[in-house]
Design a protein around this ligand. Structure first.
Ligand code: NAG
Ligand code: NAG
Ligand code: NAG
Ligand code: NAG
Ligand code: NAG
Ligand code: NAG
Ligand code: NAG
Length: 302
């Protein structure tokens, strides 16, 4: 087809502008200065209650990197929610061995600040994150207060550290959790070749990483769902299985996407800073679209 160079330029411009530039917001929390990046969704209307997605970066990384990695500000994926990328102190999050900052308070303070600046939809605040940031999603989901403020969680390659008093038994370890509701939507992604946060669990940094199947089944149990899962190959892939818990209206309340062939990556068909590393490869699906669909299906009952 004949392409007018001007049209081509216009197309390029449109597609590159689909990922919005962010605003950097600073805030005092627990007496220290913190910051987060923020983007508004396309067609944002300040008079309409707008959902919020919090996207937490991995250990050793920062909010800017998570903005690029998670693509939560790309309107091809997220056309409905304000996207927020909090920045961790010392590049990590509460709940990770050694972390001392009150990030639960930081998250609560971000939510308060957003609700004073914008008309946010308080029944549709969501959390996602990679690795330590995925672990922090679990910390929020297990907090008595935040578990009632965040509607759904989607950790990617989560590092769900548990303090053990004896030897680490990844498939059995008791996972402490103080969630205040029993219908928490939880979606986890993990790679079978993840050699950072091993799928079958192991001791790490003097604590215990539960096996991912054990960790996710514990969410099904806490949510009062049958421990039995329904598994289906992810459409368009040969290496990825979707496990779902719950039936009837609760089908898929707890969900797990297992890609047997990828490492410690944010699953993406396009290149990203995870999958271009040596020995890594792109996934056969985009986790971000599955996360957005999951979030769109859930809201807090008010
Ligand atoms: C955001 O602002 C804080 C505080 O001034 C600064 O430390 C941080 O580097 C900024 N982040 C970006 C991505 O510009
Ligand atoms: C975030 O990390 C990237 C990669 O190391 C670095 O280039 C950038 O300056 C960092 N941004 C901030 C605000 O610290
Ligand atoms: C649960 O609450 C108890 C009592 O306040 C506290 O000691 C414990 O650290 C909490 N655990 C989690 C995972 O929040
Ligand atoms: C994860 O741990 C298991 C059990 O120790 C081991 O067999 C497996 O090779 C590890 N996986 C990776 C990707 O390192
Ligand atoms: C918990 O497990 C880790 C990893 O195996 C180990 O290093 C640590 O000593 C264990 N903690 C206790 C108190 O046994
Ligand atoms: C799903 O159920 C099958 C059959 O009972 C079981 O073998 C498998 O381990 C379960 N998967 C997870 C992630 O719990
Ligand atoms: C996956 O995301 C990339 C952009 O990151 C996009 O180009 C591609 O069309 C998406 N593929 C599918 C199947 O959603």
């Amino acid at each position: 087809m004949f392409q007018n160079p001007l049209l081509l330029l216009a197309t390029l411009f449109t597609s590159s502008s689909r990922t919005k530039q962010y605003e950097n917001v600073t805030l005092q929390s627990s007496g220290i200065e913190r910051w987060y990046l923020l983007t508004l969704p396309p067609n944002f209307d300040s008079s309409v209650a707008t959902p919020v997605i919090l996207s937490f970066h991995g250990g050793g990384r920062n909010a800017t990197q998570q903005y690029h990695l998670s693509q939560m500000s790309n309107s091809d994926f997220n056309d409905f929610a304000i996207a927020v990328y909090p920045n961790g102190k010392k590049k990590t999050w509460q709940g990770v061995p050694g972390a001392k900052t009150n990030d639960i308070q930081f998250t609560a303070d971000i939510i308060i600040e957003l609700s004073t600046k914008y008309t946010i939809d308080k029944s549709r605040i969501f959390a996602t994150g990679k690795s330590d940031g995925g672990g922090f999603c679990n910390t929020l989901a297990c907090d008595p207060v935040l578990s009632t403020q965040i509607a759904a969680f989607a950790p990617v390659s989560g590092a769900f550290y548990v303090k053990n008093d004896t030897t680490c038994e990844p498939a059995k370890i008791e996972i402490p959790c103080n969630a205040s509701r029993t219908n928490i939507p939880m979606l986890e992604f993990h790679g079978g070749k993840d050699n950072t946060i091993n799928y079958t669990g192991e001791g790490r940094r003097e604590e215990c990483l539960p096996s991912v199947p054990h960790w996710i089944r514990e969410w099904a149990r806490r949510d009062g769902l049958s421990i039995k899962n329904e598994s289906t190959p992810l459409e368009g892939t040969t290496d990825t299985t979707v496990y779902e818990w719950g039936s009837g209206k609760e089908k898929g309340l707890v969900k797990h996407v297992f890609d047997e062939s990828i490492k410690h990556d944010w699953p993406s068909i396009a290149d990203n800073s995870d999958n271009i590393r040596k020995g890594h490869k792109p996934a056969s699906f985009n986790a971000t679209s599955i996360i957005i669909d999951f979030f769109k299906q859930h809201a807090l009952k008010t």
